[in-house]
Ligand binder design. Structure first.
Ligand code: CTP
Length: 410
């Protein structure tokens, strides 16, 4: 983020502020002032209903930019307004976000300027909902919020209190300082890994027994895919090496599809030649059948399968570590999580290790959420709360970035 060619000064973070039509829209004027005070450049989009609560003139005066209200600009402009806006913005912040906006974002509807911008924007999104407590508690709203969280939006939850409608409960727009802090952090994240190559492995490996059968595991690839998506959203060039999965790769990452541990090993060594960050999130099969049969094995009883150990890819990558490289491992555990994870980090020699409890329901394999414990550089255990895998990914990148800064690229 620099001011211009030959100028090393960082330019102002660019915040695109969407204001939707609830009574809290009147706070948008104060929010703009607070963002500008913190050095941000702000452009505002008002939904049609928001104009009933705050005027375009107020926000135009405070932002120093015309306020956008329709998809086609006023007066109509030949350029494609929503694309211009998403190219301009470092972060999209929606405050207040009504129940209606959350529903439209969650379903990908694009029937006005704000929802079209949301669909076209691939940078960080911050959403600060405000509505009546009953609407906030409605299962549809909860589901929409969860969906947005899984897609990577930061939700600044509403607070408890008395609302304009006379009801009491959670629904009041979060404090402006909290929204400003998240908005600035999001804008910073949009380019914090610019020019950095990140290699991520994800999913299971399938080890053939014969042409029809394999030994595999239950990994879905979601955690590694979330890390790849989060790194890409921060500007990184991402290579995602993944085993057999059914989920769709994130937009804008280079994918290398592999099947076996030996194929994954080769692809990860190749990616690690240029990567500054290497994350082994894959559930690599520890063993493979010795000499898989060329023909389908017929039913025979009893039958025993001889397994031989696979190479430990993570340990190999650590042994071949390039100067400046940060290497992160994962650990899938079902018991004695902290103790085993600490020992594993020590054994494998990676910089950070994310320990995953795969025994609990709603976390670990196949789930959208994850409860992990980070083993930090010093070997200390830090339990993180249950959260969407995308948020685990963001927090992990927040921990990787300072390590990168400490170790300049060769
Ligand atoms: N890993 C690897 N190569 C393997 C096995 C695991 O690179 N053959 C990596 C995983 O991607 C993960 C870390 O090592 O980042 C730990 O994986 P895990 O399966 O928890 O540990 P193991 O080394 O298999 O140890 P154990 O089975 O004894 O728990």
């Amino acid at each position: 983020m620099t001011a211009g060619p030959g100028d090393d000064r960082p330019r102002a973070p660019r915040i695109l502020l969407g204001v939707s039509g609830g009574i809290a829209a009147y706070k948008a004027a104060e929010l703009v002032r607070a963002l500008v005070r913190e050095g941000a450049e702000v452009r505002a989009i008002l939904t049609r209903r928001a104009e009933a609560f705050v005027t375009p003139l107020t926000l135009a005066t405070l932002t120093g930019h015309p306020v956008e209200r329709t998809e086609f600009g006023e007066p109509p402009s030949p350029s494609i307004l929503h694309i211009d806006l998403v190219r301009w913005a470092d972060a999209l912040v929606v405050a207040p976000a009504t129940g209606n906006v959350l529903a439209r974002f969650a379903r990908g509807l694009a029937d006005d300027l704000l929802s079209t911008v949301y669909l076209a924007f691939d940078g960080p999104v911050v959403v600060a909902p405000a509505m009546n407590p009953r609407m906030w508690d409605h299962p549809e709203t909860r589901e929409n919020v969860a969906r947005l969280g899984h897609r990577g939006a930061v939700i600044v939850p509403p607070e408890e209190g008395f609302l304009a409608c006379g009801d009491e409960g959670a629904g009041r727009l979060a404090p402006l300082e909290a929204i400003v802090a998240e908005a600035l952090a999001a804008a910073r994240r949009s380019s914090s890994l610019d020019g950095v190559h990140v290699a991520v492995s994800a999913g299971p490996t399938f080890e053939p027994i014969d042409p029809a059968r394999f030994v595999g595991n239950r990994s879905s690839g979601r955690m590694g895919f979330a890390i790849a998506a989060a790194a890409r959203a921060r500007g990184a060039r991402v290579t995602l090496v993944h085993g057999p999965v059914t989920i769709t790769p994130p937009w804008g990452v280079e994918t290398v599809a592999v099947r076996t541990a030996l194929e994954m090993r080769e692809a990860m060594h190749e990616a690690a030649r240029t990567a500054r960050v290497v994350v082994m999130a894959a559930a690599v099969a520890d063993h493979r059948p010795a000499g898989p049969a060329e023909r389908k094995i017929s039913r025979k009883e009893p039958w025993s399968l001889e397994l031989v150990p696979n190479p430990d890819i993570l340990a190999e990558l650590v042994a071949a570590r390039r100067p400046g490289q940060v290497i992160v491992g994962f650990a899938a555990e079902t018991h004695d999580l902290v103790e085993r994870a600490k020992a594993k980090k020590q054994r494998k020699g990676c910089d950070l290790l994310v320990a995953n409890d795969v025994s609990g329901a709603g976390s670990g394999f196949e789930a959208d959420d994850n409860r992990v414990t980070l083993i930090d550089e010093q070997g200390r255990a830090e339990p993180w709360p249950l959260m969407p895998k995308r948020q685990v990914a963001e927090r992990l990148l927040d921990r990787i970035e300072p390590l990168l800064a400490e170790r300049p690229a060769p």
